[in-house]
Design a protein around this ligand. Structure first.
Ligand SMILES: Nc1ncnc2c1ncn2[C@@H]1O[C@H](COP(=O)(O)OP(=O)(O)OP(=O)(O)O)[C@@H](O)[C@H]1O
Length: 367
């Protein structure tokens, strides 16, 4: 019988509390644990301060506490080519990308995984809130038991082969308990704040950040009936359903972004949270990854999410001849956004997901 001590697990350590507890739990379970920090982005500011260096210092402190070896690996080049280029291309095309999904697919569970296996790892572990279950029909990706933290949405692009090699020890635990474990074990990161936002942007101003990489093309805003309503700073800065930053005052209900006319570089705005143009009754999706490996050939029903923080919605999924899928919603849905991911679920199981290409509009807009 293999003892855990003969199983080498490489833990992706970010310097945060989740991955610190991940390494701690695996160590307690007797595995041979190695901590590796990835540097994917050079965020050195004008004062020479780099949060990646601070984070790596936290990784070193925790690994020293646990008595495990640690390394740092640089994937800036891979991240730039696989994640950041995609991010910019999508914004250029007027869409709203999800770099976290791409980072998991190309970096954390590809470049990093390959690196770990070159070091003789048997498994890679991260602090994601999700579960992998070995079953008779192969490995399954299940939601984390802490529904509030479940991260399967971001893991939808992983293949069965990738999932077979990963461990998510936090999938079985609720977040408050994770902090308690960190405190009980006296881990140096126990009180560290959770990171928020897109990793390479961090706390920075999104508009300012994007303007450094993509030239903004100013244009006008129009109502649905073509009346001019001021100007916009560049279509890429706005997302469907957005209310903030339009600068339209006046009487009546607040104004929202309801559409983007890329050809004319016009931002279409409408009044009211429930503006009909914001609603769709379906979508088309491409590049869908079905985790189980079998591409559905027949129409079926399941539930889906169209963005991360959202309840599941009942949908009917219709395979198309060209390999794309039409997804029809049981109820019209607000602000479904091209470029984001549609992720499918069957109860606890995440079936996979793909990129939202277009929405299928609900009833004709009231003009
Ligand atoms: N720079 C990094 N180096 C190595 N692993 C990382 C890095 N960033 C994230 N990870 C791994 O991916 C997991 C999920 O990343 P996410 O950005 O969602 O972190 P998080 O939930 O804030 O976790 P943490 O508290 O560990 O930072 C982390 O728990 C960690 O295992």
């Amino acid at each position: 019988m293999t003892d855990n001590k003969d199983i080498r697990v490489v833990v992706g350590m970010s310097g945060g509390v989740d991955s610190s507890v991940t390494a701690h739990l695996l160590k307690e379970q007797g595995y041979e644990v190695i901590g590796i920090f990835m540097k994917n982005w050079d965020d050195t500011d004008e004062n020479g301060v780099c949060t990646a260096t601070e984070d790596y210092n936290d990784v070193i402190r925790v690994c020293n506490q646990l008595g495990i070896p640690y390394y740092s690996v640089n994937f800036e080049k891979e991240y730039w080519h696989k994640v950041f280029t995609y991010f910019l291309e999508e914004y250029k095309a007027g869409r709203t990308p999800n770099p976290d999904v791409m980072c998991n697919k190309e970096i954390k569970f590809k470049a990093f995984l390959e690196h770990a296996f070159a070091l003789g790892a048997d498994y890679v572990a991260t602090g994601h809130y999700a579960r992998v279950e070995q079953s008779e029909d192969g490995v399954k990706l299940l939601r984390g038991i802490d529904r509030n933290k479940d991260q399967t949405y971001f893991l939808n692009a992983l293949s069965r082969v990738q999932l077979e090699k990963v461990m998510f020890p936090l999938g079985e635990i609720e977040k408050p308990r994770v902090r308690e474990i960190a405190e009980e074990a006296g881990l140096a990161t126990a009180g560290k704040k959770d990171s928020t936002g897109i990793c390479f942007i961090g706390e920075r101003n999104f508009k300012e950040f994007l303007s450094q990489y993509l030239p903004a093309q100013k244009g006008i805003m129009e109502t649905v009936d073509g009346t001019q309503k001021g100007s916009h700073d560049g279509l890429m800065y706005y997302t469907l359903g957005q209310r903030q930053g339009l600068g339209i005052g006046g009487a009546g209900e607040p104004w929202f972004v309801v559409d983007k006319d890329l050809k004319r570089n016009v931002l279409i705005v409408g009044q009211g949270f429930h503006h009909p143009l914001l609603y769709s009754e379906g979508l088309t999706a491409s590049g869908i990854n079905w985790i189980a490996g079998n591409v559905p050939e027949k129409t079926f029903t399941c539930t889906a999410k169209f963005r991360y923080r959202q309840e599941d919605h009942g949908v009917t999924v219709e395979p198309q001849k060209d390999g794309t899928f039409r997804v029809l919603f049981d109820e019209p849905e607000r602000a479904v956004t091209p470029g984001q991911y549609v992720v499918f679920y069957d109860g606890e199981e995440c079936l996979g997901g793909g990129t939202i290409e277009e929405t299928i509009k609900a009833a004709a807009p009231a003009v």
